[in-house]
Design a protein around this ligand. Structure first.
Ligand SMILES: O=C(O)CCC(=O)C(=O)O
Ligand SMILES: [Fe+2]
Length: 330
């Protein structure tokens, strides 16, 4: 009788090295990777001037139209951004055995949000994404494993949240006050290996992010991030040393859907590898999420989501690779 064998799932790196064509579990049915020309570009917002009316207007337009904005003058040194991306390159270019030392699984099950992540954890019919990830906790700082993480993003998290509150005519500190000291910041380094079938395989399937805000450092040379608007896909532009910031599900709930958490995805590239770093600012899992009282009547087409525990959203958010999701609408 044949002994039962535990099949250890392979990483994209191993799969790509072993076969020319991606296996069927990576193939998206009816994938249309085409992205149209943006009817209006995503505004570039100067974070050092967010209190000025013209910059606040740009932020308003960006959030209304795309749920994304590009941020300049964010206070993160170019050299630090370069260093983060090269640390990421160094990590992902290591042999699989080295990366497996940081794996977030024990006996085939994930045991922590942190670590080197295998995508192959979900249901049998899960379509896999062509990426590898490394997740690290950055906030609260005392729970972070790395003392050298930059503190700048925390301060502009609050700056951006205050400006959004202001646009919504809420008390400036409304959103900031909802965030307890236990709120997390999770960094996710994404690595997209070149893929021989970009027409059939996605780097990151269509999803919305689960937290409050996501700050993205996208690859400056290789595009791939796309945002959906009115059912169509558009390429999100990358500008050197510019951050891409998007609103996420918890903030959509708190602002009662006036500004939406955008659906986005990443397409693959046949020749080039791509790197990105996403920092998710999330609320404490025990906070009660509900629309700001002043905004409850402002929108009639947003479904009544009532009160929610962000923990439910966030658990889904870290496992979006299983199904892809738009948690507020499905
Ligand atoms: O790689 C990218 O540009 C986006 C990644 C992303 O959407 C995510 O990590 O949630
Ligand atoms: Fe995302």
């Amino acid at each position: 009788m044949a002994a039962s064998v535990t099949v250890v799932p392979k990483t994209v790196q191993e799969v790509a090295a072993a076969v020319e064509e991606p296996p069927s579990r990576y193939l998206q049915p009816e994938l249309d990777r085409h992205a149209g020309e943006m009817p209006e570009p995503i505004p570039l917002v100067d974070l050092s001037r967010l209190t000025d009316a013209d910059e606040a207007d740009k932020l308003h337009t960006a959030l209304n139209t795309w749920g994304f904005f590009l941020a300049t003058n964010h206070g993160i040194e170019d050299s630090l951004m370069d260093a983060m991306m090269s640390a990421s390159r160094e990590f992902f270019r290591q042999p699989v055995e080295e990366k497996q030392k940081c794996i977030n699984m024990v006996e085939g099950r994930p045991f922590d949000v942190e670590g080197y992540v295998h995508d192959q954890l979900g249901t049998q019919d899960q379509i896999l994404d062509w990426n590898q990830q490394l997740r690290l906790r950055v906030e609260p700082q005392e729970e972070s494993n790395f003392a050298i993480w930059p503190s700048c993003p925390e301060s502009f998290r609050d700056l951006v949240l205050r400006s959004i509150a202001n646009l919504l005519e809420l008390d400036d500190d409304y959103f900031v006050d909802q965030i307890s000291e236990n709120a997390s910041g999770i960094a996710r380094f994404n690595y997209y290996h070149p893929c021989s079938r970009p027409d059939l395989v996605l780097g990151f399937k269509s999803h919305s992010d689960g937290g409050l805000l996501t700050i993205l450092f996208v690859d400056q040379d290789v595009g791939g991030l796309q945002v959906q608007k009115d059912g169509k896909w558009y390429n999100v532009p990358a500008k050197p040393y510019t951050l891409v910031i998007n609103l996420a599900d918890c903030l959509e709930i708190m602002n009662n859907g006036i500004f939406r958490s955008p659906i986005h995805r990443v397409v693959t590239n046949a020749e080039k590898e791509r790197f990105s770093l996403a920092i998710f600012y999330v609320v404490d899992g025990e906070t009660t999420l509900e629309p700001a009282p002043g905004l409850v009547w402002m929108r009639s087409d947003h479904q009544d989501i009532g009160k929610l525990r962000p923990r439910i959203l966030l658990m889904g958010s870290l496992n979006i690779s299983v199904k892809g999701r738009d948690s507020l609408r499905h």
